[in-house]
Design a protein. Structure first.
Length: 372
């Protein structure tokens, strides 16, 4: 197969040690009538990485993945595979294979026939097909005895593994996943997340995965892109997304957080918007001119303060409730109209009666400072 070659410019000072992008999106936009589902995305996806695109429902994840799979063409911009433009290359001629949530298995066929389908299309002889199918069964951790089993007699998690084995049978350079685990129960999902990560490592292939669950993205990915209303608002490692969210949307997407709105008073000091109380804030250079900020404090960085000056910023409140999260305990503390969350490990549990008056606080360096 020969693809139309586009000239890709490699700058003369390019670092030869940097991996080359296997897929490149440049100014990719997708509109349906006058609605833009994807807004001019630039994205380099590197050989062998596990990249997850995460975003709420309707943010454009499936649209983006369908463009990578060749089921939709971009309205603007270019998609290149190892430097060759593939915008209009049909799905069956792309180096990608898409694994859906619905799995799309052939219901009246055996596990073996399902896995061998791509091999049959490639006209690989039966004995070789079977051998490869058995290898793939082992790879996805299903017993060889499943080869002849009707696929509809498999459990949800087993069907998932069959769909994965079939995707690997295509031997694509890139595997694309559209929320494949969202129909599974919690425990199975957690186990499959780890297995997918292991499979990624063992196969060395490039995985592009989409999900609405950032928790899922965090477990598996080398890099995560956060999509909001068709825009890629942040791209980074799980650690970047967790510890240095680009904005309030990303920080709240990571999980339950405490948010304190702050504004500058006439004297130039930062004060809490609702109480007017002075706050110690470390303002990032990029937000230095901002008159208003949001301080995001994760529950594990909020704490009970039992002596004056025990934290940079403090609030008085009352204990409203406490919940066991297994190894951790979460407290809800009412401060005026607002509820703050504090989480700590069970070993450090705070003994406080409901409705007890408490002081809670956080240090300036533990707040994530973002635009409101
Ligand atoms: P996600 O997978 O993140 O839930 P989608 O990519 O499915 O989001 O959809 C993004 C937006 O684009 C939604 O508002 C959806 O209604 C719209 N959309 C998707 N496909 C089409 C289509 N074929 N025609 C019109 N609108 C579409
Ligand atoms: Mg979707």
């Amino acid at each position: 197969m020969k693809l139309a070659v586009v000239e890709t410019e490699i700058p003369p000072d390019a670092d030869p040690k940097l991996p080359l992008p296997v897929l490149q999106l440049v100014g990719v936009r997708k509109t349906f009538a006058d609605f833009a589902a994807i807004e001019r995305i630039d994205l380099d996806i590197f050989e062998g990485e596990f990249l997850t695109i995460v975003g709420p429902s309707g943010s454009g994840k499936t649209t983006l993945l369908r463009m990578l799979a060749g089921m939709e063409a971009p309205s603007e911009g270019n998609i290149t595979f190892r430097g060759e433009r593939i915008n209009n290359l049909p799905a069956n001629r792309r180096p990608t294979c898409l694994v859906f949530q619905s799995l799309a298995l052939f219901p009246h066929k055996s596990v073996g026939e399902n896995i061998e389908f791509p091999l049959k299309v490639k006209k690989i002889p039966p004995a070789e097909r079977k051998q490869r199918a058995l290898e793939l069964l082992r790879m996805v951790r299903l017993p060889e005895s499943y080869y002849g089993k009707n696929v509809m007699k498999c459990s949800g998690g087993e069907k998932q593994r069959v769909a994965l084995a079939r995707a690997f049978a295509y031997d694509p350079a890139i595997l694309l996943f559209d929320e494949p685990l969202s129909a599974l129960d919690y425990k199975l999902k957690k186990a499959m997340e780890k297995e997918l990560k292991d499979l990624h490592r063992e196969s060395g292939k490039t995985f592009i995965y989409i999900t609405h669950s950032l928790e899922e993205a965090m477990v598996m990915s080398d890099r995560i892109g956060v999509l909001r209303a068709g825009k890629l608002v942040q791209l980074g490692t799980p650690e970047d997304i967790y510890a240095r969210p680009a904005d309030r949307f990303v920080s709240e997407f990571v999980g339950e957080v405490n948010v304190v709105s702050a504004r500058r008073n006439d004297g130039g000091e930062w004060v809490a918007d609702d109480t007017g109380k002075r706050l110690r804030v470390i303002v990032p250079a990029a937000l230095a001119g901002s008159p208003e900020l949001a301080l995001v404090i994760r529950p594990e960085f909020m704490r009970f303060v039992d002596k004056p000056g025990g934290a940079d910023n403090t609030l008085e409140g009352t204990i409203y409730n406490e919940y066991s999260l297994g190894s951790r305990i979460q407290y809800q503390v009412r401060v005026g109209e607002k509820t703050f969350l504090i989480e700590m490990s069970r070993g450090h549990a705070w003994k406080a009666a409901p409705a007890a008056t408490v002081t809670i606080g956080w240090d300036a360096g533990d707040a994530i400072v973002v635009t409101p």
